[in-house]
Design a protein around this ligand. Structure first.
Ligand SMILES: O=P(O)(O)OC[C@H]1O[C@H](O)[C@H](O)[C@@H](O)[C@@H]1O
Length: 541
C-alpha cells in the first residue's frame, strides 16, 4: 500500500498530471475517458488531476488494499466493526432482492421486512387519518425528536423530497438547547401533533430531554392518558422504550448492526415515510439497492463508489488536500453537506489503524459545503483564489420539478458548469491583463491590478449529473457516498464504523452538569473550565 502511494506521488510529479488545463487541451476525449455512468447518473471526474497511469495505480491500490474482499465481508454480515463486535448491514435494510442475509446464523430479512411492513401500516394510517390524536382529530404535524443519525438523515431526505411530500407537516428537533423545541412547539396544536422519539440507544441526553418536554406539552394540554396517542418511538433498545410509556404497536425497532449514521434506511426513516408515503420510501430504498449491486459488480473504471473513494483518497493522501467541499446545485439538497459531515467525518475521522497503530499519512478530510448558487456569493472566493486547494464535488439534476420555472433551472445549470470550468481553467496573468487593457485601463494600472484577477486554475472537481431528484435518485446518491466512505476507510486502514471520538465530551458533560447547577464545586476542574463556570454563573445572576 505504502509503496503504491509513493509511486502515485512520483507519477504525479513526473507526469505533470496536476496541469488539468493542459490535459484538456491535449486530449479531446478526456471527458469520455474520465467519466463513468450508472443509468442516468453520470460522474465526471475529468476535471481531477488524473491520467491513465494514475487510474491504473489507484485501481492497484484498491486491489492491494483489499477493498473488494472487505466489501464482500460487509455485505456478508461479518463483524467488521470489531471494536464494537458488530456487523455492518445497512445494505440489508434496502435489500429489495430479499436474498438471505445471515447474522449469527439467522437470516435477518424476515425481521427487516416485518418492521418495514409495520412502518408502512403506521405511516399510511397517519397520512390517511385512520390513526388520529387522542381527541380524534387528524394529525397535521409530526415532530421527530432525535439527534445525529436519528435526525440528519430524515431531516435531509424530507427536505430533498419536498415535491413528493403530501403527508402531514414535518418538524425536526435535535438540539438540547431549549430554544429548538420551544420554537417548534410554538407552531403546534397538541391535539393534532404526533411526536416520534428516535434514538438508536434511547439514552441520548438531548433526545431524552426533548422527549420529556414534548411529553409535558401533551400531558398538560390533553391529560396524561393522551400521551400514548401522540407518541411513537424508533430504537434498537426496545426495553428502554417500554419504560417511556409508548405502546408496543407504536414502537419500531432496528438492530445493532445498523450504525446511527447509516440508519435512514431503517425505522429511523419513519418520518420520511409519513411525509412521502410508503411507495416513495420503497423507491428510495430501491435506489440505494441499485448502488449496492453496482458497487459489488461493476469493474473499477465503471464503479462509481470505487472511483469516488479512490479519487477521494488520492486527494487526501497523495495530494494532501485537507478538506473537500460538497456543493449541490439543488436547494432541496441544502442539508446534504451536513448529512455527509456525519457520514464521512464520524466514519473516517480516526487516528489509529485496525491494529491500533497510528494512521500513516492522513485519514478522512474535513467535509463541508452549502448549496450553489448561494455558496458562490459567500465562500467560493477562497475555493478559486485561496492558498489551499479544495476539491469540489458538484451535483445537479437535468430537470427541476417546476416546469414553469425552467429558465431558473437553466440558470442553475449554467452556474454549476461555469464554476467547475472556472476552477479548472483559471485565468492567467496575461489573460487578466489583456482583459483590463481591453476595458480601457492604462498599461501601468493594468500591470498593478492584473495579479489580483489571476485564477491559478487546475483546481479539481467532480460533477454528478442525474435526471431528477426523485426518491430513487436520492437513495442512490446517499448510498453512493456511503460506499465512498467505505472505500476510503479501507484504504486508510481504519474502522469506519465506530465513533469513540464522541464519548469523552459526553462523559465530561455528565460530570459538569452538577457543577453548572451549583450542586457541586469546581474542584478537580481545570482553571479555564473553572473560570468559565464562574463567569456564566455570575452572568446568569
Ligand atoms: O440514535 P442515538 O442513540 O440517540 O444516537 C444519536 C447520535 O449520537 C451519538 O453521539 C453518535 O455519535 C451518533 O452516531 C448518533 O447518531
Amino acid at each position: 500500500m505504502h509503496a503504491i502511494v509513493e509511486q502515485l506521488k512520483s507519477t504525479v510529479a513526473a507526469t505533470a498530471a496536476t496541469d488539468i488545463r493542459a490535459a484538456f487541451a491535449s486530449d479531446p476525449k478526456r471527458f469520455e475517458r474520465f467519466s463513468a455512468r450508472m443509468d442516468d447518473l453520470l460522474m465526471d471526474y475529468s476535471k481531477c488531476a488524473v491520467n491513465d497511469e494514475i487510474m491504473v495505480q489507484l485501481e492497484k491500490l484498491c486491489a492491494e488494499g483489499g477493498v473488494a474482499a472487505k466489501r464482500e465481508a460487509m455485505f456478508a454480515g461479518e463483524a467488521i466493526n470489531f471494536t464494537e463486535g458488530r456487523a455492518v448491514l445497512h445494505t440489508a435494510l434496502r435489500n429489495r432482492a430479499n436474498t438471505p442475509v445471515v447474522v449469527d446464523g439467522k437470516n435477518v430479512m424476515p425481521d427487516v421486512n416485518a418492521v418495514l411492513h409495520a412502518m408502512s401500516g403506521f405511516a399510511e394510517g397517519v397520512r390517511q387519518g385512520t390513526i388520529t390524536g387522542s381527541t380524534g382529530k387528524q394529525i397535521t404535524d409530526v415532530v421527530n425528536i432525535g439527534i445525529g443519525g436519528s435526525d440528519l438523515g430524515p431531516a435531509m431526505a424530507t427536505l430533498a423530497l419536498a415535491p413528493f411530500h403530501d403527508g402531514p407537516r414535518l418538524h425536526f428537533v435535535s438540539n438540547v438547547d431549549g430554544a429548538h423545541i420551544a420554537d417548534t412547539l410554538k407552531l403546534l396544536q397538541p391535539e393534532t401533533t404526533l411526536f416520534i422519539v428516535a434514538s438508536k440507544t434511547f439514552t441520548t441526553i438531548e433526545t431524552m430531554t426533548n422527549a420529556a418536554t414534548a411529553r409535558t406539552f401533551i400531558a398538560d394540554a390533553l391529560g396524561e392518558k393522551a400521551v400514548g396517542d401522540h407518541f411513537a418511538a424508533v430504537s434498537t433498545a426496545l426495553d428502554k422504550v417500554g419504560a417511556f410509556g409508548i405502546g408496543s404497536e407504536r414502537v419500531f425497532g432496528f438492530w445493532d448492526w445498523v450504525g446511527g449514521r447509516y440508519s435512514i434506511w431503517s425505522a429511523i426513516g419513519l418520518p420520511l415515510m409519513i411525509a412521502v408515503g410508503a411507495d416513495n420510501f420503497t423507491e428510495f430504498l430501491s435506489g440505494a439497492h441499485a448502488i449496492d449491486n453496482h458497487f459489488r459488480t461493476a469493474p473499477f473504471r465503471e464503479n462509481l463508489p470505487m472511483l469516488l473513494g479512490a479519487i477521494g483518497y488520492f486527494h487526501r493522501n497523495v495530494l494532501d488536500y485537507p478538506t473537500r467541499a460538497i456543493l449541490p446545485y439543488d436547494q432541496r439538497l441544502s442539508r446534504f453537506p451536513a448529512y455527509l459531515q456525519q457520514l464521512d467525518m464520524e466514519s473516517n475521522g480516526k487516528g489509529v489503524t485496525l491494529d491500533g497503530t497510528p494512521v500513516k499519512g492522513n485519514s478522512g478530510p474535513v467535509v463541508w459545503g452549502e448549496p450553489g448558487t448561494n455558496g458562490q456569493h459567500a465562500f467560493y472566493q477562497l475555493i478559486h483564489q485561496g492558498t489551499s486547494v479544495i476539491p469540489a464535488e458538484f451535483m445537479i439534476a437535468a430537470k427541476g420539478f417546476e416546469p414553469e420555472l425552467r429558465h431558473q433551472h437553466e440558470l442553475l445549470i449554467a452556474n454549476c458548469l461555469a464554476q467547475s470550468a472556472a476552477l479548472m481553467k483559471g485565468r492567467t496573468l496575461e489573460e487578466a491583463k489583456g482583459q483590463l487593457l481591453k476595458s480601457g485601463m492604462d498599461a501601468a494600472k493594468a500591470d498593478h491590478i492584473a495579479p489580483h484577477r489571476v485564477f491559478t486554475g487546475n483546481r479539481p472537481s467532480i460533477t454528478f449529473v442525474y435526471e431528477q431528484l426523485t426518491p430513487f435518485a436520492l437513495g442512490r446518491l446517499i448510498a453512493l457516498y456511503e460506499h465512498r466512505v467505505f472505500v476510503e476507510g479501507v484504504l486508510f486502514g481504519i474502522n469506519s464504523f465506530d465513533q469513540w471520538g464522541v464519548e469523552l465530551g459526553k462523559e465530561l458533560a455528565t460530570g459538569l452538569l452538577p457543577v453548572v447547577q451549583g450542586k457541586a464545586g469546581t474542584d478537580g476542574q481545570d482553571a479555564s473550565t473553572t473560570g468559565l463556570v464562574g463567569a456564566l454563573s455570575h452572568l446568569a445572576g
